[in-house]
Design a protein around this ligand. Structure first.
Ligand code: GUN
Length: 292
């Protein structure tokens, strides 16, 4: 069994980006600038956005955090989005999800200029991705593709089972791994909460990507010998003995499944760090595309 070390690979990618940023500086060019919009004080969102901003500093990007009150109206937020769209200093930006209930998430995502949509959540980017056109690929699926490539995992003709159909992970993942070429050419089954006999399906999988958000859902008897397992779950499970009062738990029963897997991601330290690295990569691409 080999661990898919997202921490190491994400550091490699950050180092590669740092080199590119230095080249931009040497040429006297403007460095990439990422902005993050955070509405309210959701604990997990604060952590994620904080680490996105810190990562920008690490690799030499400019960053801006727009932290807004959760009482902001949809109209006011749309004005802020438009300002970011118009601001020539900003190469890419993200609106951290989830948004408060009174704001229509789809309306906000639709308002983002697709050329600055480094999360790849705008339907124009999603559609282009599905049609093999140049786009921004959502960071988590993009990170999983990088892990697959850098560990040279065979995907052609393999049965890949994706668990979870979210717009952010499961749905785009299923499209990306069925595309022509590497890493793709997989026969993909997209499973979800309504899937019947899921264990029968996962047992026939060569590759399993689980983005369900149910701690320890995937058990040892649900996988075959030699399976590749990528765990996207990051549920906070209360634990009084833990420093923060919770532990981050994946969808996969690591203890059981790692005994049968050929490759497996740890949680934490697997997919999580890759997501941030690929957001930075998308921001670099946004800068480069704006210079064309
Ligand atoms: N919420 C959970 N994951 C993400 C992400 O990748 N981007 C944004 N904007 N919000 C999220």
């Amino acid at each position: 069994m080999q661990l898919l070390d997202g921490k190491k690979i994400s550091n490699d990618i950050k180092n590669e980006i740092t080199v590119e940023v230095q080249k931009m500086k040497d040429r006297g060019e403007k460095v990439p600038h990422l902005a993050a919009v955070l509405v309210g004080n959701n604990g997990a969102s604060l952590t994620y956005v904080g680490s996105k901003v810190r990562s920008c500093e690490q690799i030499g990007f400019e960053s801006t955090l727009l932290h807004l009150e959760d009482t902001i109206t949809e109209e006011e937020l749309l004005v802020k989005i438009d300002e970011l769209n118009q601001n020539d200093e900003i190469d890419g930006f993200i609106v951290q999800l989830p948004l408060p209930k009174h704001i229509d998430e789809q309306k906000i995502l639709m308002a983002i200029d697709s050329s600055k949509d480094v999360d790849g959540f705008h339907p124009e980017n999603f559609g282009k991705m599905a049609m093999d056109m140049e786009s921004f690929i959502p960071a988590t699926p993009y990170g999983i593709l990088e892990l697959i490539e850098r560990y040279k995992i065979e995907t052609s003709g393999k049965h890949t089972v994706v668990i979870g159909r979210s717009h952010i992970v499961g749905r785009p993942m299923s499209i990306l791994l069925s595309r022509k070429g590497y890493p793709g050419d997989s026969t993909v089954t997209l499973t979800h909460s309504r899937t019947e006999n899921i264990a029968e399906i996962t047992r026939s999988a060569d590759i399993i990507i689980s983005a369900l958000g149910v701690p320890n859902f995937l058990k040892g008897d649900m996988v075959k010998e030699g399976v590749v397992v990528i765990d996207v779950g990051i549920t906070r499970v209360p634990d009084a003995t833990a420093e923060k009062g919770y532990v981050i738990t994946g969808d996969v029963d690591f203890e059981e499944v790692s005994k049968k897997a050929s490759f497996i991601t740890p949680v934490p330290g697997g997919v999580g760090p890759m997501t941030i690295a690929m957001l930075l990569k998308n921001t670099l691409l946004a800068r480069e595309r704006r210079m064309k």
